[in-house]
Design a protein around this ligand. Structure first.
Ligand code: GLY
Ligand code: MN
Ligand code: MN
Length: 464
């Protein structure tokens, strides 16, 4: 937990930005896996964590924008809970830690909310992404579940996005801590990635490391020899000589901040010349995307710079043709690079995505494109100093997509379909780093995790 003043200041800013009415922020609850007491690992709601710092289940906070009064609702431990789970800090303890002057039960919270509802003052809340939060809000506000969705507060979303987007030094420190764990993790994976090991066993080593550090995976890890399946969560393959292994993983810092790193490893310890060619293009695309990063630059320009480098590189390899700028304008590169260059990173891996991607990554000036590929760009708007973003280009050979485009002769002025026939079993390569936008430009926070071919193969050579 950060110092109490940090949470007090954040809430004071939020209250002043929202201006009137009351704000309810719900913390997360424990969720039963197969029965109520058999729970999934706990993850706090990131906005609740940001404004209150309480990393325990069952809390909510009420902030009155007119009076400035703040109230923490939460559980007091029963004797039975003490017997079964051991003593825990009291509600008063958490209220004091986060600088909240008042605390009490959810019944008291509901009573205050009902009083506010009897006036014309608005009740602001964020989009609930868990069913139990829809029901909790419905019960607190006397609404049906469908009405809960309709009354989500846009002013609150915008204020939270504005505050959480710019990371302070203490937050960047947390992200650095998460990345330091990722660095150790990738060193471990590079050591154990060898022909004959199963994806599942390697994933077990990853989980073992993460758990031994007292950390959590920040999102479901992608660890696969089928890198062309962008979010592949099956781990049923045996790694073989000549395979590429794509590992996209993140871990949480003690304070709940995320890293998000992708490395693509040659299982044999060295790349084939064809793999090396494509790998170098992805690396160059990442460098081109990063080179543009600076305050005031729209992130969509970084995306397009990476897309152009992918296109030029594939043209040089004989897989695309025509003018690269025209190809990118037409969206031809998206056959190989069908996702966005990156996203905000913070307490969430896709930071604040539950608040609505368009509120986080777009604004009045930058509207989402409907073009295949560009439509998936999560962040387009101008960068600010203090943003942390991922830069994660990839080149994938997705047989179903290639087959469909080829049948439609889609953008065949730019794509050499015949040459692609030899690449149907190539798989995919993605390289992802975590980048801090600074006054001067950018800092690659994850630069210590090997990715250029010499360093990567050197690290993989150190096998146990
Ligand atoms: N695995 C999700 C991402 O890198 O964005
Ligand atoms: Mn990732
Ligand atoms: Mn990412």
């Amino acid at each position: 937990m950060f110092a109490t003043t940090i949470y007090k200041n954040r809430r004071a800013q939020l209250i002043s930005m929202v201006g009137q009415g009351v704000i309810v922020l719900l913390g997360n609850d424990l969720v039963g896996m197969n029965y109520l007491d058999n729970t999934y690992p706990f993850r706090q709601d990131s906005s609740f964590l940001y404004f209150c710092g309480v990393n325990r289940p069952g809390f909510a906070v009420l902030l009155d924008c007119n009076t400035g009064e703040e109230f923490l609702a939460g559980p007091e431990q029963t004797l039975s809970e003490v017997i079964w789970s051991g003593p825990r800090p009291s509600l008063a303890h958490w209220a004091q830690k986060s600088g909240l002057a008042h605390w009490g039960s959810f019944d008291q919270l509901a009573h205050t909310l009902n009083q506010v509802q009897a006036t014309t003052r608005p009740v602001h809340y964020l989009p609930p992404y868990r069913g139990e939060h829809v029901l909790k809000l419905a019960s607190l506000l006397g609404l049906g579940p469908a009405e809960v969705e309709k009354n989500i507060s846009v002013p609150l979303i915008k204020a939270v996005v504005a505050l959480r987007s710019v990371k302070t030094g203490a937050e960047v420190h947390e992200i650095r801590q998460a990345i330091a764990l990722s660095q150790q993790l990738y060193a471990l994976l590079m050591t154990h990635c060898q022909p004959g090991i199963t994806e599942q066993e390697l994933y077990g080593r990853l989980q073992g490391f993460v758990l031994a550090q007292g950390s959590q995976e920040a999102f479901p890890t992608i660890l696969t020899r089928r890198g062309q399946v962008l979010h592949n969560h099956t781990r049923d393959q045996v790694l073989a000589q000549g395979d590429l292994l794509l590992v996209d993983s993140g871990v949480c810092s003690k304070g709940g901040y995320s890293s998000d790193i992708t490395r693509t490893l040659p299982v044999s310890g060295t790349f084939s010349s064809r793999q090396q060619d494509i790998y170098e293009v992805v690396l160059a695309a990442q460098a081109a995307g990063c080179a543009k990063i600076a305050p005031g630059v729209p992130f969509v320009d970084c995306h397009l710079a990476a897309a152009r480098t992918v296109t030029q590189g594939l043209k040089d390899l004989g897989l695309m043709h025509g003018d690269p700028d025209d190809a990118v304008r037409a969206g031809a590169h998206a056959l190989f690079f069908p996702h966005g260059l990156g996203h905000m990173l913070g307490l969430d891996t896709h930071d604040m995505e539950n608040l609505g991607e368009d509120y986080v990554g777009y604004d009045q000036t930058f509207k989402r494109s409907s073009q295949f590929g560009l439509a998936g760009l999560r962040l387009a708007r101008q960068l600010q100093s203090g943003f942390v973003v991922t830069v994660e280009p990839g080149i994938y050979f997705i047989p179903a997509l290639i087959t469909q485009w080829q049948a439609e002769k889609k953008l065949d002025a730019f794509i050499h379909y015949q040459a692609l026939e030899d690449y149907m079993d190539f798989g995919g390569i993605r390289i992802e780093d975590d980048i801090l936008v600074t006054e001067q430009g950018f800092e690659n926070l994850s630069h210590n995790i090997p990715k250029n071919i010499t360093e990567l193969c050197g690290a993989m050579g150190q096998r146990s």
